[in-house]
Design a protein around this ligand. Structure first.
Ligand SMILES: [Zn+2]
Length: 134
């Protein structure tokens, strides 16, 4: 196994990658660290798909499909296994979803360009499920 050391061309942090694992990924081969590769993929997906970023005050990043927030897919295919959430975006929108996906805590490098935009609450209990007609 070989390792590759250097500074990430995007965030500048020193890194060590096991090239056997990641060298086939073009962004990694060209000098991004794995973290920047991951986050660039997230930003591309929220720019191109129906999924939108949900960023909390502590910079936890989730995505939700705002066009189709309630999915009828089997629970095992859904984010958080279909747990219900209520998202309050700072712009006033409120979205209820059973398909929330977590990507992780946004690294310092990306925070200025991706500020918090929402808060969300875990929705629990049978009454709420009935109210949402699930
Ligand atoms: Zn990086």
């Amino acid at each position: 196994m070989t390792t590759r050391e250097g500074n990430c061309k995007t965030c500048g942090k020193p890194f060590t990658e096991r090239s056997d694992n990641y060298i086939h990924i073009p962004e990694i081969a060209e000098g991004d660290c794995f973290s920047c590769y991951h986050w660039k993929k997230v930003w591309t997906s929220v720019e191109n798909d129906d999924f939108e970023s949900v960023i909390t005050e502590d910079f936890e990043h989730h995505t939700v499909n705002v066009q189709h927030p309630m999915s009828s897919d089997p629970r095992s295919w859904l984010g958080y296994s279909g747990q219900l959430w209520t998202i309050q975006f700072y712009d006033g929108r409120e979205v209820r979803t059973n398909n929330l996906w977590r990507q992780g805590n946004i690294p310092e490098f990306w925070r200025e360009s991706h500020p918090p935009n929402a808060r969300f609450a875990y929705t629990t209990g049978e009454k709420v499920a009935k109210k949402l007609e699930l």
